[in-house]
Write a protein that binds this ligand. Structure first.
Ligand code: MG
Length: 363
């Protein structure tokens, strides 16, 4: 029960504290599972009480086990071990069917997307001689039993995506993101890169709405693209990262979209506290979790010899920036650099999937 009005949390704060997205909380409210403790009748704002945090986690845990909303409601009315046993049997049957569906998705994704934008000769602009020499590697890691990281690279683009929402949704979301951004970006402009990410966002969202088993899927995206004016466009949503190595030093080009990174930027949390904070994995933005997405995109003048490292958090959480820098400094070949960065993450525990693209700006 609510004791003090000042304990009430608006949906954003409750979302942060529970780790559940606002969209998901609204779904639970609409289904009668987790009705806000208070709603401002004038503004329509919803408020939750601290006592609802446990309910929220229980509902989400059952949802993570694949239990439909209607069955979760029934379980909450009369929780029992037998109910969970029944559900476990149902899961084994469903798993077989889902594996078959996933194989169909894999075959759909294997359809080659033709490169767009023509050859270097057809590109316009004074700096069109530049290209990227890229190499990538993805590894499932040493702990996870599925890989939801994806990469895509060519001579003008390097992309990493880290899927969220579990298997199989996260895997599909990251694969769609890299394929659609890769197909949509031809090197024309920063706007073109942003438009391709917006199109990917919409496609993932539509797919999640269309197929209930993919509900809640989403992905990070981090892309570096060479544009015809001789600049490198950088686009980021989520907690994957882009770095540039130039003149012997490594510089991070992107800001993490996480609750903890925002608290650090506001001065409310130290870097050290952020590493252990319970919300360190909570993303404030991701691709595919809403019909539209706010994008962070910048560009900087490319210099021949610049080396870009685009990576998922499986690299930057386990490998210090200094170690990334010294490896890039001492490894000439881009493929060897990508391989060895992944090996560093694996030897540091490999707690997550890890994806790396190394891209060098060439004349
Ligand atoms: Mg990850």
């Amino acid at each position: 029960m609510l004791r003090y009005v000042d304990e009430l949390m608006p949906i954003g704060e409750f979302s942060e504290r529970s780790g559940l997205s606002a969209k998901r909380l609204r779904t639970y409210a609409a289904g009668g599972l987790l009705v806000p403790a208070a709603v401002d009748s004038a503004s329509g704002y919803r408020y939750y009480s601290p006592g609802q945090l446990l309910d929220a986690r229980l509902i989400d845990t059952l949802r993570a086990a694949g239990m439909p909303l209607a069955e979760v409601a029934g379980f909450l009315r009369k929780p029992s071990g037998e109910q969970l046993d029944l559900w476990a049997r149902q899961l084994r049957i469903d798993a077989t069917q889902r594996h078959e569906a996933l194989e169909r998705a894999r075959r759909l994704l294997a359809i080659e997307v033709p490169p767009l934008g023509g050859t270097d000769d057809q590109r316009s602009g004074g700096a069109a001689m530049s290209r990227l020499s890229t190499a990538s590697r993805v590894d499932i890691g040493r702990v996870r039993d599925s890989n939801e990281d994806a990469v895509m690279s060519n001579d003008r683009l390097a992309v990493v995506a880290d899927g969220i929402g579990g298997h199989p949704g996260g895997e599909l979301a990251s694969a769609m993101a890299v394929a659609l951004v890769g197909a949509g970006f031809t090197g024309r402009s920063l706007d073109e890169l942003q438009a391709s990410a917006r199109a990917a966002n919409r496609a993932i969202w539509d797919e999640a709405v269309r197929r209930s088993e993919l509900e809640g899927m989403g992905t990070t995206i981090c892309a570096a693209g060479l544009i015809d004016d001789g600049r490198v466009a950088i686009l980021n949503v989520g907690d994957s990262r882009a770095y540039v190595f130039r003149d012997g030093s490594l510089r991070q080009l992107t800001d993490d979209d996480t609750v903890t990174a925002e608290l650090v930027r506001r001065g409310d949390l130290s870097d050290e506290q952020a590493v252990h904070h319970p919300h360190r994995n909570v993303l404030t933005r991701a691709l595919g979790i809403g019909p539209a997405v706010e994008l962070e995109a910048t560009s900087y003048p490319a210099t021949e010899g610049d080396r870009l490292v685009i990576c998922s958090d499986g690299l930057h959480r386990d490998v210090a920036d200094e170690d990334i820098a010294s490896l890039i400094a001492t490894t000439d070949d881009v493929q060897a650099a990508a391989d060895e960065l992944v090996e560093l993450a694996l030897s540091s525990g490999g707690r997550d999937n890890v994806a790396v693209v190394v891209a060098e700006v060439c004349a």
